[in-house]
Write a protein that binds this ligand. Structure first.
Ligand SMILES: [Cu+2]
Length: 158
């Protein structure tokens, strides 16, 4: 029993150590990005009606060495978020939650009005145009990438 306990202690010490060095190396975050995903042109568009969900758009490029599948999205100032795509239903464009999004090595996927978007539900009331929030994408396997997202008014150019 004793050796097992020692191993467990060691593992938790190691975890604490890596958590520390992660914070120290925040400046070199890009090099540490294990997903290989690069997010550019991100913006959150506030809903025209307060209380409605917001849409988040961005360009997502896979600069890594392998294909990845984006499993989920989170917005720091929203209670929940999901990845939506537009599809046709009964001859009308409808949005629906999409499953894991595979992105090949070197590929860019655009999240844009009329297409894929991240929908952010139950926004913090403090979130206002000109402010900022954070988008975190989680890929299959659990690696994450986070970026700062400027908040824009509902009538802003998309
Ligand atoms: Cu949506």
């Amino acid at each position: 029993m004793k050796p097992k306990l020692a191993a467990a202690l060691c593992a938790s010490a190691l975890m604490a150590l890596s958590a520390c060095s992660k914070a120290d190396e925040a400046a070199t975050k890009v090099d540490e990005n294990p997903t290989g995903l690069v997010v550019t042109n991100a913006r959150l568009i506030l809903p025209p009606i307060k209380g409605n969900p917001a849409a988040v758009y961005f360009d997502l490029r896979n600069d890594g060495t392998r294909a990845v599948a984006v499993r989920s999205a989170d917005i720091a100032d929203a209670k929940s978020a999901s990845i939506h795509d537009m599809m046709e239903w009964d001859s009308k464009p409808t949005m629906a939650e999409m499953g894991p999004l595979a992105i090949q090595k070197g590929e860019t996927v655009k999240f844009e009005p009329g297409g894929k978007h991240v929908m952010a539900f139950e926004l913090s009331p403090e979130l206002a145009a000109g402010g900022k929030t954070e988008l975190t994408l989680t890929v299959a396997g659990g690696d994450k990438v986070s970026v700062e997202v400027p908040v824009e008014a509902a009538n802003a150019e998309r």
